[in-house]
Design a protein around this ligand. Structure first.
Ligand code: SF4
Ligand code: SF4
Ligand code: SF4
Length: 304
């Protein structure tokens, strides 16, 4: 099956991609209606007890380093960094944070990772085609073509892609890949989903999960707010959420448009005059960097 990367992105090389980025275009992304058989995860936030088993399982599955503070240290979930709650970074593809909500006598917890958008802004904003949306539903990333421009980090409406600062000469974006190679491709649930002792997350076809989510809302009056987060936000996401309190209380952005973010990113970039003047220079820099990377690789391989 053709993937969205091929279908959506400009195929005429970097120069073509840049002009596409600068030209507001509402037609490309708006025509994609998603992979109907793609998989997703339904997260019932009201069930999460903040045990961080999902975090530990992810680091193990993805071969990420052990955290500075162990996974059984629950204090980290309250931590703020520059006034913000923890977010995924190069050593953690997923983090669980604690939220203390007025009028509720116990803490609430939310697991954060890439939501695997139907029409990902990270993918559509990347001019070297480093991202792919697979028919199974994952948004994956190819470090070999990434030039480290970090446009995807700016474009993502959920603040997910992280930059691997420890490898300045080998740019690399780090983010949850839905356990694509090790599990999703074979139809298996992600490691974090499987590790959860409280059945917070359900893995299944996205279309079925939407039905299940609404069924839960309707058959449990008063238990959940009347909103399945991710069904529509930013064009829809593979990971979707049920909550017993307004989503703002968990720090969700509830002002996202229903349309894919790409349209807004392009409009924004096109509206910034700086882009028109500085971008060509940046582009040349990225291109040189990419060429240098290729050359270094060739030399390393003995010019094969
Ligand atoms: S949540 Fe962000 S990083 Fe993940 S697919 Fe969507 S735009 Fe990309
Ligand atoms: S889906 Fe896989 S990569 Fe993503 S947070 Fe879960 S365990 Fe980590
Ligand atoms: S494993 Fe389940 S209950 Fe524990 S923190 Fe993760 S989502 Fe919450």
């Amino acid at each position: 099956m053709q993937n969205i990367q091929r279908r959506t992105l400009l195929k005429t090389g970097l120069a073509g991609a840049i002009s596409g980025l600068l030209m507001p275009n509402h037609s490309k992304a708006a025509t994609f209606d998603g992979y109907t058989e793609s998989m997703g995860v339904l997260v019932d936030l009201s069930r999460c007890v903040g045990c961080r088993s999902c975090e530990a399982a992810c680091n193990k599955e993805q071969g990420l380093p052990a955290p500075d503070k162990p996974f059984d240290d629950m204090s980290v979930m309250k931590e703020l960094h520059h006034g913000q709650k923890r977010r995924p970074d190069e050593s953690h593809y997923t983090v669980v944070n604690q939220y203390d909500v007025k009028g509720i006598d116990h803490p609430l917890f939310r697991k954060i990772q890439c939501n695997h958008c139907n029409e990902p802004a990270c993918l559509t904003s990347c001019f070297v085609n480093a991202y792919t949306k697979t028919p199974e539903g994952a948004v994956i990333y190819n470090p070999d073509v990434c030039v480290g421009c970090r446009t995807c980090m700016v474009a993502c409406p959920f603040n997910i892609p992280a930059f691997k600062y420890s490898s300045a000469f080998s740019p690399r974006i780090m983010k949850c890949i839905f356990c694509y190679d090790t599990r999703l491709k074979a139809g298996k649930p992600p490691a974090c989903v499987e590790a959860c002792p409280n059945e917070v997350m359900i893995f299944g076809k996205r279309a079925d999960l939407i039905k299940l989510g609404w069924e839960r809302i309707k058959t449990n009056p008063g238990k959940y707010v009347n909103h399945l987060y991710g069904e529509k936000e930013a064009g829809g996401t593979a990971w979707m959420y049920l909550s017993g309190v307004p989503f703002e209380e968990y720090g969700f952005n509830t002002h996202l448009p229903k349309e894919p973010i790409l349209n807004y990113v392009k409009d924004f970039l096109a509206a910034v005059p700086m882009v028109l003047t500085i971008w060509p220079a940046l582009f040349t820099g990225f291109h040189l960097l990419a060429t240098r990377k290729d050359k270094a690789k060739e030399e390393k391989n003995g010019g094969e």
